[in-house]
Design a protein. Sequence first.
Length: 267
Amino acid sequence: MMQQAVEAGVRHVPGRPIYQLRNVSRSYGAFRALTGINLDLTEGSFSSVIGPSGCGKTTLLKIMAGLAPPSTGSVILNGRPVMGPQRQIGMMFQQATLLPWRTAIDNILLPIEIRDGRQAARAHRDDAGALLDLVGLKGFENAYPRQLSGGMAQRTAICRMLITRPEVLLLDEPFSALDELSRDNMNLELQRVCLARNATAFLITHSIPEAVFLSDTVYIMSARPGRFSEAVTIDLPRPRTLEMMTTPEFGAYVTYIRNRLDEGAAP
């Protein structure tokens, strides 16, 4: 059954189209970072991309976010070309990058303050408090980053990403700096938040188990110039639990993806 799911490619995830990338490439002079990227993301789906270091994963994420233009091809978000940073997009990086002189709730409100001013930010304090409650940080509204653990800081960063109610979450290895236990707990938290918000998420990761745990589809990227060599459908029920990671079905997905990466992900 697992092999059939893998060979079938991307399964349809109910929901309207959000992202459409067609024949996207990116070159820097004679150096080609990406080539022939085609991608469709639908509302409420969770996808991951995994591949060797230097294959262009972060470059792809920057193009999707409107932070860098493609050299060729098109990037469409909600039916419109992505020509620069978009309000519908929330991004999260490897480090929480909280401002040390601002409290947790003020860090969360920073995107609204930058975009719309301090008065607008103050009007969203209740929303920020609700997000802290959602990620289990009720009571830490006035804590400073130095008073938060690594996992708590990353939860605060999730809230900062969500405060503008983005339709799409672009995630660049957001939990790679955490220890294994904290990382597992943050993946549970991220899954819960995405399900609660019906968010569309796209994750860069070097962890095969993390990709399998979180994703509906795992895209395997080849060495540069980066391209998608295979899309692996993960047919596991949601919500997923840490206990699932010990099952033969989960292990089969991990082994298959690892073998494809070891083979160079040849088509």
